[in-house]
Ligand binder design. Sequence first.
Ligand code: WT7
Length: 637
Amino acid sequence: MDPPQKMLDSLEEYQKLYKESITEPDKFWGRKARELLTWQRDFDTVRSGSLTNGDVAWFLEGQLNACYNCVDRHAFKDPNRVAIIYEADEPDEGRNLTYGELLREVSKVAYVLKSMGVRKGDTVAVYLPMIPEALIALLAITRIGAVHSVVFAGFSSDSLRDRVNDSQSKVVITADEGKRGGKLIGTKKIVDDALKQCPDVTGVLVFKRTGADVPFTHGRDLWWHEEVQKWPAYISPEVMNSEDPLFLLYTSGSTGKPKGVMHSTGGYLLGAAMTGKYVFDIHDGDRYFCGGDVGWITGHTYVVYAPLLLGVSTVVFEGTPAYPNFSRYWEIVDKHEVTQFYVAPTALRLLKRAGDDFVKARMPKLRVLGSVGEPIAAEVWKWYFEVVGKEEAHVVDTYWQTETGSNVITPLAGVTPTKPGSASLPFFGIEPAIIDPVSGEEIHGNDVEGVLAFKQPWPSLARTVWGAHKRYMETYLDPYKGYYFTGDGAGRDHEGFYWIRGRVDDVVNVSGHRLSTAEIEAALIEHHAVAESAVVGVADELTGQAVNAFVAINKGNEATDALRKEFILQVRRSIGPFAAPKAVYIVPDLPKTRSGKIMRRILRKILAGEEDQLGDTTTLSDPVVVDKIIAIVHEAR
Ligand code: WT7
């Protein structure tokens, strides 16, 4: 069968629509919102507020329900259509769920949540592995008008505790255990540890994934499989206002405390549906496979919302790309006749290194290959296109953030010409600006470099940071008045294509995971032997960036391997295994200015082997310390 007709015929058509989206946003987005979403009440005002004032709102009088849009409308039309293709950790243990079944499962869980006291507007925390129940949980929460706050199941109990408390969640949904790459994860135990310090949590709903014997707190914990039997298989969806919160998702910033980024209903859903349709060219009957975890924004938008809003099948993959071997992704793609595949470059680097022999599957239906989360190097891009896509599938390097909700700079598959390493052109409604970080002025024209900002609001822009609107303003909207500031550096080439250079703040990107150096430093300082620490990101062949920590220790401690291991363990315990430093250097002191500011730039240079380019170090409070650090780094290598 021939591939379906593309959503747009040509680049000219994109340019025409793009222009309309920028010059007549009300007309463009009003039309698209009515085309792609089902509203229980139509809106009158397409857009209000401004970036300057931080009061952006979309589709104001409109009313809709996210779950209805993702499930009911497809279930009514075609209940037997497959909604979820569950690919379990073990290759033969998966199953499919139709839209009809999904509606019933979601309704039951919605009832259970109500019975646990969850009301419209309440926040529910979700700490689950990548299983269909994660999607069922999210949809059940939105069905009753509650707000989901997913915490990635790789986070430690301390991180979970902080997020549950900050989001004021009274109910947590979790599983007995997780299973990934053949290994078991003690999910419920982590929740129990976290909840020791969450006094407001009154209920925990536990899905039985492995059947392990786990501790149960009577009066608080309930088994999912027991509760759902008590309730009917249909409950009507709550009518929500377009601007009602849909979810919170915590993300790292320059400061230590994670931010609960809040997305609202109508605008976010439209961003997900629009990018699903135009970036990934999703058509009826497609089978879409995004390898991201629901614990991150990629999983929210492209495992759950985009494919379900468009009524196609979404693959929920519980395992890892390396289990049982490096062919796993390609076997899934082949087996389920996947049409779009979307993953972070870090996985592609791993698989490219493993060798082309693992890519034996034919994958005849594959039309689009997405990349997300970090820059994709040209040679990895080419490998993706040639070896995985057999030079037939379109590669889309999609740039976006937790805060942007959906892709913002990206090719449209098969429409936008691509250049390996460039995220290419802005999506509809996105008006990028390159700003000179020194003067704060926008730099016009092509062939320019600076920091990346956006000049007008788009529907899926995050509306606030939970309980901290001031922080939202200070982080995103105040740095350059009238613009949304991304925190990334970028260039615009001679043809107007964008090249993302990476973060300009203290955020490191490890395997596509966004980590705050300040947060890791705060974790280290909790160890009694740590006097002071400085964490920096260094280039890493496999993970993009890796975390390296410099630690000055208190008197009475000795710089041993055992102590270094304890520091790594401290970070694993405090944040999660994925944030663990790859190297720890115990140093006599950190390089500081006379006013006490830690010079991380010097540490980065030393790690990059550029100690001859440190610049003037005589103004440091103790210049000699730099030579000592250089010697320690050299000795460790
Ligand atoms: C940061 C956002 C967006 C989903 C996953 C990450 C980096 C994202 C790209 C890309 C280069 C990218 C940026 C951004 N990033 N996509 N295609 N090319 N860099 O979401 O955790 O909110 O991180 O990821 O630095 O600011 P996130």
